[in-house]
Design a protein around this ligand. Structure first.
Ligand code: NDP
Length: 292
């Protein structure tokens, strides 16, 4: 079993991005500038956003954090989005989820210019991605793709089973795996909460990608010998032995599944670090106008 070390690969990616930023700076070109809108102060969002901003600074990007109160009116958030769409200094921006209940995710995503949508959530980017046209790819699936690529995992002709069909992970992930590209060219099965007998599908997977948010629900009896397993899930599980009182766990029961796998991602240190690196890669690619 080989560990798909997302921490190591993301460090390599960030180093590569840093070199590219230094080159842009030395040529007097524009330094990538990412803005993040954070509504309210959800503790997990605070952590993710702080990490995104810190990573930007580490590789020489400019980063701007825009904080709005969780009572902000939807119209005022949409105005802020429009302002960033029109600001030539900002190359890309994201609106950190989750948003308060009174704000429509769809309205906000649709308001972001597809040219600055570095999270890759806008329908235009999702459509372009599905059609194999240049697009901002959603950061988490993009990170998984890069991880598979950097480990030279062959995907063509393989059966990939994706658990989960969310718009930010499962659905784009399955589209990326079925595309005629490398990595890609898989035969893809997508399972969701209404799928009958999920195990009968997972047992056929050469590549199993799990993004259900159901902590440690994928067990050894559900996985084929020699499968590649990518665990996107991340959640907190109470653990009195830890100083923090919790440990991080994925959607896969790692200890029992890992011995059956050819490759598997750990949690933490697998897909998570790849997500931030992919977001920044998108931002740089946007600056270089490789995307649209
Ligand atoms: P969502 O809750 O939006 O979607 C979960 C999906 O899983 C849904 O499509 C749901 O089906 C499906 N599902 C639920 N139970 C089952 C089941 N038993 N079998 C098969 N499918 C099932 O979650 P996200 O996609 O946003 O996130 C998934 C996980 O990934 C979470 O743990 C999240 O924290 C993590 N995550 C990690 C990231 C990272 O960077 N590492 C980034 C983003 C997410 P249905 O559509 O029918 O409801």
């Amino acid at each position: 079993m080989i560990l798909l070390d997302g921490k190591k690969v993301s460090e390599q990616l960030l180093e590569e991005l840093k070199v590219e930023v230094e080159k842009l700076a030395s040529e007097g070109k524009k330094i990538p500038h990412l803005a993040v809108i954070l509504v309210g102060n959800n503790p997990a969002s605070e952590t993710y956003v702080a990490s995104k901003i810190k990573t930007c600074e580490r590789i020489g990007f400019k980063a701007t954090l825009i904080r709005l109160a969780d009572t902000v009116e939807e119209v005022n958030l949409l105005d802020k989005v429009q302002e960033l769409n029109e600001d030539p200094e900002i190359d890309g921006f994201i609106v950190q989820s989750p948003l308060p209940k009174h704000i429509s995710d769809d309205k906000v995503i649709n308001a972001i210019s597809p040219l600055k949508d570095v999270d890759g959530f806008h329908p235009e980017n999702l459509g372009r991605m599905a059609l194999n046209m240049p697009a901002f790819l959603p950061a988490t699936p993009y990170g998984v793709l890069t991880l598979l690529d950097r480990y030279n995992i062959s995907t063509a002709g393989k059966h990939c089973v994706v658990l989960g069909r969310s718009h930010i992970v499962g659905l784009p992930m399955s589209l990326l795996m079925v595309r005629n590209s490398k990595p890609g060219n898989c035969t893809v099965t997508i399972c969701h909460s209404k799928t009958v007998d999920v195990k009968s599908h997972t047992l056929q997977a050469d590549i199993l990608i799990v993004a259900t948010g159901q902590t440690e629900s994928v067990t050894a009896d559900m996985v084929k010998e020699g499968a590649v397993v990518v665990d996107v899930g991340i959640s907190r599980v109470a653990d009195a032995s830890k100083k923090s009182g919790f440990r991080l766990a994925g959607d896969v029961k790692f200890d029992e599944v890992a011995p059956k796998c050819s490759y598997i991602t750990p949690v933490p240190g697998g897909v998570g670090p790849m997500t931030i690196a992919s977001l920044l890669k998108n931002t740089l690619e946007g600056v270089k106008r490789k995307i649209h």
